[in-house]
Ligand binder design. Sequence first.
Ligand code: VJV
Ligand code: CA
Ligand code: ZN
Length: 387
Amino acid sequence: NNGIRRPKGYVVSYHANPDMEKMHFGPKHPMKPWRLTLTNKIVLAYGMHEAMDLYIPRAATPQELKEFHREDYIDFLQRVTPADNTWDPESRTYAYNTADDCPIFDGLYNYCSLYAGASLDAARKLTNHQSQIAINWSGGLHHAKKTEASGFCYINDIVLAILQLLLHHPRVLYIDIDVHHGDGVEQAFWSTDRVMTLSFHKYDRAEFFPGTGALDDTGPLNNASPGAHHSLNVPLHDGIEDDQYIKLFQDIVRPCVRTYQPTVIVLQCGADSLGGDRLGCFNVNIKAHGACVAFVKKFNLPMLVLGGGGYTARNVAKAWAYETSLCIGAEVHPNLPVHTPYLEHFGNEKTLFPKLDSTERYANKNSRVYLESVVMGIMEQLRYLQG
Ligand code: VJV
Ligand code: CA
Ligand code: ZN
């Protein structure tokens, strides 16, 4: 069985509902729930399922979704069908921002309640102490707002999961390595000191979605607000390389954990920060992306591991399967098992660690001096927390 065993001293739980994977956002839409099928096939082919507790979680109830989202928005998601045309000529928008990026497709409500249900299930396994690392690759949809959809996200499963964790934990550290800014999670916990949010992302106010997450975007400006200095942002440019990304991640996450002393960590592992992603612009390889997961795991705190973006499906699946192996502490062979279903889908790249093609590389616009200034900016924020 490829030498994969249950980890000693802790339990990893894997939360996946296969009904999610059949959903379609529509032709040519970059978000493909089918990437989850590919991920699970690799996880199973390596035999990693034998090292984890597997759960097929139930859908979240409307009531559970309303713990964060406004009632009328959830009622709308429950009711709406693709045939409804909800264009409002007065405001010249679609209701609750459901268009283009966030289309209304068949089974939308089912899709939303399933990925949210999986994140809630994962969070509950952590608070019950039935699991120390809980994984939901279908979650991590960080842009959804209280009253509207945004950036392929309708329900903010991360906020719902963190609200669950806060019932048992005094301090939650949220780390987001998706190439986009984790704006929905930041906004939800903007004025509290019980959640610290830390997002690494490509930042360009005018040109890159969602345009927020500057280095000086750190919480309410009023120092009397508990949330002041508890939102941290790491704005990056195109083309960041493996060694730079790993060092930056460690140089920032280490002092955040030391200073904030979280009792649980939520890690959003958006795979659009990988090189070769259809929407991303970094040169990060799967090993370096995984190094971030391995680094967070070393703090030995309960950890909720979530998916997020990721638009080149074969790379997403490899990254998340590899990161699953890191969670269980298993060494996996770098070649995909020969009996992996859909193996043909990986073309000539039958390795877990494909090399970035030179045509996929972005020119690196992150100088050493720039990255040092970003680390200094974060350290400056952390100094406010030392009392
Ligand atoms: O940049 C935007 C917003 C626009 C308006 C809407 N049009 C469609 C695109 C430009 C300004 N949206 C981003 C949203 C990115 C969301 C990332 C989500 C996550 O990874 O952080 C978490 C899951 C964007 N970038 C690219 C596209 N939208 C895009 C959307 C499409 C598309 C091609 C590109 C929607 C439908 C179709 N093609 C057919
Ligand atoms: Ca991010
Ligand atoms: Zn993203």
